[in-house]
Design a protein around this ligand. Structure first.
Ligand SMILES: Cc1cc2nc3c(=O)[nH]c(=O)nc-3n(C[C@H](O)[C@H](O)[C@H](O)COP(=O)(O)OP(=O)(O)OC[C@H]3O[C@@H](n4cnc5c(N)ncnc54)[C@H](O)[C@@H]3O)c2cc1C
Length: 408
């Protein structure tokens, strides 16, 4: 099966698959080595280019990146490189032994252990720095562990990175929320040469409606952390139109009472939803219902009150308009709001780190912030993006931190 995939690859001289991958994975080179049975070498290239290759091969939006730009995809199915990547990189993680590393007497603090924090910890450890990884929760992973559901990303794959970090000598400091007892300034007093902020965006956006504090109304990213802690009842309404709404609905459908329903309510036409088509198809297969063109206006004890939305297709795109005369109630025992997330600014408290108007860390493309020695990358700088984009950004910043530490 995998051999058939690599045989179809044309190994293009100008590979569009690579140039549309945020970390520029050298796909033709990996394919060639794979065909020559040099799997270990191929896997080493993948890991060196992207330490989270094992994760990205599972959760990347391939249809937007490599697969979406494969030349064969114009007339037939694109080459599914990610399946080969999954095979190679899982094997590599299972057998990983770090190289001999000469340690420098330089300590760096990494705050947050999501994709950006894990990537930074691996890269800087491999360069000989002492890394302390500080994490608010008890386990590493960020959204990989406390957001993306198990059926899309097995947690034992995330756990493999605990072993890798341990083998690399990264010191993990769990249950450590930076910005309350410990501040950034104190870290420099304690001798860290640089601090890397990678705290993501875990604060749910509010809808701003009456009823948001009620006991049966939850935020999606909170719910996804520990779904087993919630009693959803029989009928659940998810408000939202993006990938997180799909994830939360697909988890909820596994936790509702017998003969219950999960309904995604949103104000858009199906074609305008930001969720990936593949996810929508999977959700439909699992029995999740969709109600489009309804705008939630109040969250009641027995359901979501909505007004109808009219959609008109114009030359400039779809124009939506609420029709306040047409009101409808969608009954619900539980309501989950999935309307995006933003930064939780505590990490920057009492520091010179500037924020953007959205409350994100104001860092440049190389991760430099307004505060000397403080760097940042991942969602806390870009706003919510993808795992591979967090890795790509972090790689650039790792080189800058190395340069900064050796020059200062
Ligand atoms: C439900 C959901 C599903 C997603 N699905 C996909 C997908 O399929 N594919 C994809 O590519 N992307 C997906 N994404 C987006 C992707 O997960 C993020 O872009 C990525 O995780 C960002 O990485 P990060 O390291 O910047 O932040 P995060 O993953 O958010 O990690 C931040 C870490 O910092 C910790 N932290 C926060 N504040 C502090 C503090 N003050 N002190 C110490 N630690 C702190 C947090 O506990 C967390 O562990 C999804 C996002 C969500 C919410």
């Amino acid at each position: 099966m995998l051999r058939q995939i690599s045989a179809r690859c044309l190994k293009c001289k100008i590979p569009r698959c690579s140039s549309h991958c945020p970390v520029s994975t050298p796909i033709p080179d990996v394919m060639r080595l794979f065909e020559e049975n040099k799997e270990r070498e191929a896997a080493e290239i993948l890991f060196a280019n992207n330490p989270l290759s094992a994760i990205c091969s599972v959760v990347c939006p391939h249809e937007r990146n490599c697969c979406g730009h494969c030349v064969l995809g114009k007339k037939a199915d694109p080459v599914e490189f990610y399946k080969i990547e999954q095979h190679l990189s899982r094997q590599f993680l299972a057998e990983y032994e770090p190289p001999a590393i000469k340690k420098k007497n330089i300590h760096i603090a990494v705050i947050g252990s999501g994709p950006a924090g894990i990537t930074m910890s691996i890269l800087l450890s491999l360069k000989g720095f002492h890394v302390t990884l500080m994490e608010a929760r008890d386990k590493i992973g960020g959204v990989l562990r406390y957001g993306i559901p198990e059926f899309r990303l097995p947690k034992n794959l995330v756990a493999k990175y605990e072993t890798i970090l341990f083998k690399l000598g990264v010191r993990f400091k769990p249950n450590t929320f930076i910005g309350s007892s410990i501040t950034l300034d104190e870290m420099f007093i304690d001798g860290y040469k640089a601090v890397f902020i990678a705290v993501g965006t875990a604060k749910p956006n509010k809808l701003g409606l009456l009823g948001e504090t009620l006991g049966h109304v939850f935020y999606a990213i909170d719910y996804l952390k520990t779904p087993e802690a919630y009693h959803l009842g029989k009928h659940v309404v998810v408000v939202g139109a993006g990938n997180v709404a799909l994830d939360v609905a697909r988890v909820a459908v596994r936790h509702i009472e017998k003969d219950g329903t999960v309904t995604i309510v949103n104000s858009l036409l199906e074609e305008d939803m930001t969720a990936h088509k593949r996810e929508v198809t999977d959700a439909v297969k699992e029995g999740i219902k969709f109600v489009h063109l309804l705008q939630a206006v109040k969250l009641d004890h027995d359901g979501v009150k909505c007004v109808a939305v009219k959609a008109e297709k114009t030359e400039k795109g779809i124009v939506y308009e609420e029709d306040f005369k047409r009101v409808r109630k969608i009954p619900a025992d539980s309501i989950i709001l999935a309307i995006g997330q933003g930064p939780q600014g505590a990490v920057m408290a009492d520091s010179n780190v500037s924020k953007t108007h959205r409350g994100l860390v104001d860092a440049d493309e190389n991760g430099y912030t307004s505060s000397k020695g403080v760097f940042a990358a991942g969602d806390i700088v870009t706003g919510p993006k993808t795992v591979v984009e967090a890795v790509a950004f972090t790689k650039k910043v790792a080189s800058e931190i190395e340069k900064y530490c050796l020059e200062n």
